[in-house]
Design a protein around this ligand. Structure first.
Ligand code: ADP
Length: 197
């Protein structure tokens, strides 16, 4: 099962990915998590990416495509994967197509979580409060200023990715504003529908 979850920051991609990981026993490949790990480890990629990420901008397509190319070659991704936060630009989507075609693989479903953008900042603020209350550390880009930039990047660069898959008839859209369980059920339906085409 090879899936892409699309949707703006705060749409609930992470929450839904964790459930899909269990359901299909495949890894969640979050470029955000991988980049944060690179920043924490102080790798050359991390050093390059940190400032851009903290400000809410997008890391270069070359870097992100390189990370994904390596990651999908790992043994645990052989059975499939959930891409979360990638592709974020049409260039990345085209790069992914090439990567998969070279391996003779294809996508099973592309699911977009549609949300009311006016509510996203509230969701992020809630996540920050809950993380702090649980004694966790808050992401450097979970602040209103960087969030505005993230949303802007989403509208400018990532919304066209939905159009890219929609034009090929591959995009399934799900209401991301419903209760978590309802969103999950709608994603399951979308995946089933994508497999029956
Ligand atoms: P969000 O909660 O905004 O969806 P992510 O954890 O997916 O956050 O990503 C955090 C940051 O990491 C992004 O704002 C961006 O700087 C960088 N990033 C993650 N994935 C990509 C990608 N596919 N292309 C470019 N930059 C990325």
């Amino acid at each position: 099962m090879r899936l892409i979850l699309l949707g703006p920051p705060g749409a609930g991609k992470g929450t839904q990915s964790s459930r899909l990981v269990k359901k299909y026993s495949i890894p969640q490949l979050s470029t955000g998590d991988m980049l944060r790990a690179a920043v924490a480890a102080g790798t050359p990629i991390g050093l390059k990416a940190k400032a851009v990420m903290d400000a809410g901008g997008l890391v270069s397509d070359e870097i992100v495509l390189g990370i994904i190319a390596d990651r999908i070659d790992e043994p645990d991704a052989a059975k499939g994967f959930i891409l979360d936060g990638f592709p974020r630009t049409v260039k990345q989507a085209e790069g992914l197509d090439r990567l998969l075609a070279d391996k003779g693989l294809s996508l099973d479903a592309v699911v977009e979580l549609k949300v009311n953008e006016a509510e996203l900042l509230g969701r992020i603020e809630k996540r920050v409060k809950e993380t702090l209350a649980a004694g966790g550390s808050v992401r450097a880009d979970d602040n209103p200023e960087a969030f505005k930039t993230r949303l802007h990047a989403y509208r400018e660069m990532t919304a066209p990715v939905s159009a890219y898959y929609a034009e090929r008839g591959e995009l399934k859209t799900v209401d991301g504003m419903a209760r978590i369980e309802s969103v999950s059920a709608a994603i399951d339906d979308a995946i089933a529908a994508a497999q029956n085409v």
